[in-house]
Design a protein. Structure first.
Length: 280
């Protein structure tokens, strides 16, 4: 812990923790929501959550204003921007320069407006550029750090698209072989690989993918793992995402992910994830 009360990574393992901040009314884990039932953005609540996460040791703060959980319906760009704009500057003011802000969106327009509002950010794109033809060009032109995730379909239909003829691991590997070529052509060198746990994958496929996580080290890119409190954890337990047992199981799987080569853990519970690093 440093002199400001911030927990620091004493493990030497180099893994970063990404704290989730949802500016949505319907994200699957209720404690991560920073909007009320009437659709009002709870800016003070969001800022407090960010301050707490930074003190606990987050290396990234990931802000999303459009829910992409399986089965969700997307909001339009103007609604997404209105939610995001309400928190961007207040959050920027409390996040130190050594902690990165990432924006969870598949729309380049949202990133472009964010750059004008608060400056450089990391782009966390669940579609790896497939849902907006302007995204990859914009990322390349601005030399932004970019998180590319695997999925099929859109959130409202993706869980009906879990068919992989050659198996899920082989399919996701093929996907990133193609993305890697595309990134090279466009000059995107600073990108992070996210296998997309929970996106167009069954519970069994998620665990297969986690078991083969080390295979993805062949790409030579940082690997982001986003499994925190997801249905692959709480459904087999017959519980809801808020149950304490779900956090315990999440922590167990985070340990496995780190051992298999994860570079970034995207989490709801920063302090618990940081404790893994300290004692890893």
């Amino acid at each position: 812990m440093d002199i400001n009360g911030k927990i620091t990574d004493n493990s030497g393992c180099g893994v970063k923790i990404m704290g989730i901040v949802n500016i949505t009314p319907d994200s699957f884990y209720s404690d991560s929501r920073n909007m009320d039932a009437d659709g009002n953005v709870l800016t003070d609540k969001a800022v407090k959550r960010v301050v707490d996460m930074v003190k606990q040791g987050a290396g990234y703060i990931d802000i999303g204003a459009c829910s992409t959980r399986p089965g969700s319906e997307s909001v339009d760009a103007e609604h997404e921007w209105k939610r995001l704009k309400a928190v961007l500057k207040p959050i920027r003011e409390v996040v130190p320069q050594d902690v990165k802000i990432s924006i969870d969106t598949f729309r380049w327009d949202i990133i472009s407006r964010t750059l004008d509002e608060i400056g450089e950010v990391t782009v966390n794109d669940i579609s790896a550029g497939e849902d907006d033809a302007l995204m990859l060009g914009g990322v390349a032109a601005n030399s932004l750090e970019y998180i590319a995730m695997h999925k099929k379909g859109i959130p409202s239909d993706m869980q009906s698209r879990c068919d992989y003829e050659s198996g899920v691991t082989a399919a996701v590997m093929d996907y990133f072989r193609e993305f890697s070529k595309k990134a090279d052509r466009l000059g995107i060198s600073n990108w992070i690989l996210d296998p997309g746990f929970g996106f167009a994958k069954t519970v069994e496929q998620n665990y297969e993918l986690l078991g083969h996580l080390s295979d993805f080290k062949i790409f030579g890119r940082p690997i982001l793992v986003g499994i925190s409190r997801k249905s692959m954890i709480y459904k087999p337990l017959g519980l809801n995402p808020e149950a304490p047992e779900v956090l315990v199981r999440t922590t167990e799987l985070h340990r496995q992910a780190i051992a298999s080569g994860a570079s970034i853990l995207r989490v709801h519970d920063v302090s618990d994830a940081v404790n893994i690093l300290i004692y890893h």
